[in-house]
Design a protein around this ligand. Sequence first.
Ligand code: MG
Length: 341
Amino acid sequence: MPLLCYSLSAFDGIADEILVTCRPEDKSEISLLISSYPQARTVFGGSTRSESVYFALCEANGDCVLIHDAARPFLTKQTINNCLDSVQAFGSGICAIPASDTIAIAENENIISVPNRDNMFLLQTPQGFLRKKLLIAFEKAQAEGKSFTDESGLYAAYCERPHLCEGDRTNRKLTYPEDFSFAERVGFGIDTHAFGTSDPFITLAGIQIPSHQGLVAHSDGDVLVHALMDALLSAAGLRDIGYYFPDTDERYRNANSIDLLKNVLSRIRESGFVPQNVSISVLAEAPRLSAYIDYMKLSLSKVLALPTFRIGIAAGTNEKLGYVGEGKGITVYCIVLLNKR
Ligand code: MG
């Protein structure tokens, strides 16, 4: 769902009309995004936030207006109603939360003062006002050539002290890449193959590694890539590799697992995700893998388009316990993190 639509959904059923300010070149795209909200329409914005809000205000009809940043997609109907109630009771409503960090006033990297945190609030949107009163404030500011970072400052300068109302800590503004961590998805995959062929090597991450026996498989038996593919598919909410590449299908006989991995990655991208990092653990009594780890990482790095420091491969034995310990097979565990593109 496009970010803008989160806010529209929150206002749906509350607002009689929703004006979405946009650039002229974005109008057709935005109009399409908002087409399922009949009360919403676009208005051309200006060169500053303040100008955009003013243009929208001129087009608006209601007595009461709420101004909201579409970069705050997590607002709730509760927050909107808090804002509306405040406008009805006090003439304005500025959603805010008490500051949990101490805030300092600084100049040239020196702290000048540290105001008492008990009096500090972080202002959010929506910010609600009586439309006609706010318009007058805008016109006064324009006449004086003054600009404000948000409407609460404008209202305080030309009308009266704006009234605070209860915001929400989850109503945060998406500004920096790390603000988008909600778009991360984790996935887990596991695979096991048994020793039992006369091949003098096994294939892990596309690298052939000398071995006393090969691994039994319909494909090339790359147990590491199989676990990785299942982790990727799982993180994206897709089915498993047996579903996409059934071993009853002759096309996948002796398949190169790296080719299958490329196919999986294109499915992941189609679902709108890209890998962030992968963590792999190989359990094998033999062969010893430590000399091959860097080659395996490099091989995966090329296919996943990830730097090697985002790929972890650990190799260990099972201390002679169980089927791995008895040297009957190899098991690989894998966790991946995907991010929304
Ligand atoms: Mg397998």
